[in-house]
Design a protein around this ligand. Structure first.
Ligand code: SF4
Ligand code: SF4
Length: 352
């Protein structure tokens, strides 16, 4: 199904969708563009990729998993029962204006949290109730490399509706069955006459990305360089361990769990974790198996470009959004590190 919406009708369409779903849309917050619950007075900004991805739609920065309370038996004070209430989310969300890399990023979560040995019920509840209306990119920014990792500026993977800018508005294509349900509004016109414009937009965008680098050797080469800490120290020399790269990454899915309690009742809370922090692997004994930033950066890059692909049919766990490059305060570029690993020659070989 293909539809067309005039640019000046988009806000009204969002308000209509908002009668059935919560809407998350990007808008300006200071110098940043961030996804927030849609507010018609504040509008939205889909002119460029949002500073932070809409990761929180299915994986909130912090969420309560269970609420618990201790119930004391006053007749038998030594007996304390524990009452536990699971807090599975049940609202339905539409993420509007995410980019193809953002929607595709969730397919990397799916392999771990939905299709693995254990299903994450919290992620599942949100994922099944979250719809993505994704905006195709006109051209890549200098930090974008989605075409290196098997994707592209109008890749519909992970989206429910793909929006393509055309003269006077947007061509809307349903990508999934549930995407069709979002396109039933009477505000939308038939999109047939705009198909050719949309196809040209997509072809021009693909062209703008330039030639993709071949990363097929990355998994094996990263393993080859695994024990060469001189190599990893050189790659991580500038890193400040600030964690911006992990927090802003649409495919980083690690979390930590803490209990907060006043002694009678409390909550078990899950929050994003950050593998670039020295506390990520710090053990209670004081031993840390990843004691330096070189060890930590090796793990971050190795996980995305080697260990994850080895476990998941060769799929690279990076969608090429470039946010880690854009947001790194000291200019660490994950593309350079992967290419350096691909060009890596073990010392013994290099010496002769
Ligand atoms: S590693 Fe960097 S480029 Fe890749 S998905 Fe994460 S933030 Fe985007
Ligand atoms: S954003 Fe840059 S400086 Fe900060 S942890 Fe990541 S690589 Fe290091």
């Amino acid at each position: 199904m293909a539809k067309f919406i005039k640019s000046d009708k988009v806000s009204a369409w969002l308000e209509e969708l908002g009668q059935k779903h919560e809407i998350l849309a990007p808008r300006n917050e200071g110098d940043a563009i961030v996804f927030k619950p849609y507010d018609s007075k504040k509008g939205f900004n889909i002119e460029r990729e949002a500073t932070a991805p809409p990761k929180k739609a299915c994986f909130p920065q912090s969420e309560t998993l269970v609420e618990f309370s201790h119930i004391k038996d006053l007749e038998n004070p030594e007996k304390v029962a524990l009452d536990v209430k699971e807090t599975i989310p049940d609202s339905s969300w539409v993420v509007f204006g995410s980019r193809p890399c953002d929607a595709r990023g969730f397919t990397m979560f799916d392999r771990v949290y939905l299709n693995g040995k254990h299903v994450d019920v919290y992620y599942k509840a949100r994922r099944e109730n979250t719809f993505f209306i994704t905006l195709a990119c006109e051209k890549g920014e200098t930090t974008c490399f989605c075409n290196w990792v098997g994707s592209g500026p109008s890749d519909p993977t992970g989206s429910d509706v793909l929006m393509v800018p055309v003269d006077g508005g947007y061509f809307l294509e349903a990508v999934s069955d549930r995407g069709e349900t979002l396109l039933s509004s009477s505000m939308l016109e038939d999109g047939g006459s705009k198909q050719a414009d949309a196809d040209k937009f997509r072809a021009d965008a693909d062209q703008s990305m330039g030639e993709a680098q071949d990363l097929s050797k990355a998994p094996a080469k990263l393993l080859e360089a695994f024990d060469d800490m001189d190599f990893w120290e050189a790659q991580s020399a500038k890193c400040l361990s600030c964690g911006a790269c992990t927090y802003l990454c649409p495919t980083c899915y690690c979390f930590n769990i803490t209990d907060e309690s006043d002694g009678v009742k409390g909550e078990r809370i899950r929050s994003w974790d950050n593998c670039m922090s020295n506390q990520f692997t710090l053990e209670a004994s004081g031993h840390n198996p990843r004691p330096t930033k070189a060890h930590r950066l090796k793990n971050r890059v190795g996980h995305k470009f080697s260990y994850y692909p080895d476990l998941h049919d060769g799929v690279i766990s990076c969608c090429g959004c470039g946010r880690c490059i854009k947001s790194c305060p000291v200019g660490v570029d994950i593309r350079e590190i992967v290419l350096n690993a691909i060009a890596y020659e073990a010392k013994e070989k290099a010496n002769g």
